[in-house]
Design a protein around this ligand. Structure first.
Ligand code: ADP
Ligand code: ADP
Length: 234
């Protein structure tokens, strides 16, 4: 099933008289349970694409569909509610709150969503088990390694049981062994839990093991292939 679909999406930024085309007609279909890598040089449109899929920004032309329903990110309240329920975000720099414990960091999205306390506790425990950090629930992020912090960020993204997890360079600040662990965790969560992962990355260690790789250049998809498969379809 398609979780996120982009159809004929165009996006142009205007800076005074400068017109910067960021996406020039992009079609994308992210399936439930898949790890989809998004690659491309700086300026190719990756951030813009992630912002559209994250319902943070809206296209000038074309359609964005979440679970088959068209979404208009310009309708701020509706987009915020959809984003809160259906989309998790993971960043290169983890973005954990340093004065909160691991459990409090993971709980935060549920707290913001007004989920009752007993259910929050249950879901936080469950998310920490999924990422293997139950023993660290009461620690603060600065007591953890980089890989552990990224797993906390993953638990925080997953605690809402999102349909789509958007990850921006999630392994860029991790050593190879830790990157491998985080990747293994994402694969397990996608393949067993059914969430879709859209991952912007330059990391070969990561793209190799995604289910599909999409390449962007100058705002267009130039390569869509299975990892390790060099035949271009576009
Ligand atoms: P990355 O390649 O790591 O995504 P970028 O330098 O492309 O980093 O973009 C970083 C941030 O700056 C993004 O949020 C993007 O929207 C913004 N940005 C990029 N280019 C411009 C620009 N020409 N003018 C204003 N903001 C920009
Ligand atoms: P990437 O993430 O692959 O580096 P971006 O989506 O950030 O690419 O940028 C695509 C193009 O849009 C680039 O030419 C960039 O300079 C431009 N751009 C991105 N954000 C902005 C912005 N807020 N204002 C103006 N131009 C932008």
């Amino acid at each position: 099933a398609s979780v996120m679909v982009l159809r004929g999406v165009r996006k142009t930024y205007r800076l005074g008289e400068h017109v910067v085309p960021a996406l020039q007609g992009v079609d994308l279909d992210v399936q439930a349970g898949e790890l989809l890598a998004l690659t491309g040089p700086s300026g190719s449109g990756k951030s813009t694409l992630l912002n559209l899929c994250g319902l943070i920004d809206s296209p000038d032309e074309g359609q964005v569909l979440l679970d088959g329903r068209p979404v208009d990110a310009r309708q701020a309240l509706a987009a915020t509610l959809l984003r809160r329920d259906a989309i998790g975000f993971v960043f290169q720099s983890f973005n954990l709150v340093p004065v909160m414990t691991v459990a409090e960091n993971v709980d935060y999205p549920l707290f913001l969503a007004g989920v009752p306390a007993a259910e929050r506790r249950r879901r936080v425990d469950e998310a920490l088990v999924q990422v293997g950090l139950s023993a660290h629930a009461a620690h603060r992020p600065d007591a953890l390694s980089g890989g552990q912090r990224q797993r906390v960020a993953m638990a925080r993204a997953l605690v809402k049981r999102p349909r789509l997890v958007i990850a921006d360079e999630p392994t860029a600040s991790l050593d190879s062994h830790t990157a491998e662990q985080v990747l293994g965790l994402m694969r397990r969560l996608a393949h067993e839990g059914g969430a879709a992962f859209l991952i912007a990355t330059h990391d070969e260690r990561l793209t190799r093991r995604c289910d599909r790789v999409i390449g962007l250049l100058d705002g267009r998809i130039v390569r869509a292939a299975a990892p390790g498969d060099d035949t271009s379809r576009h």
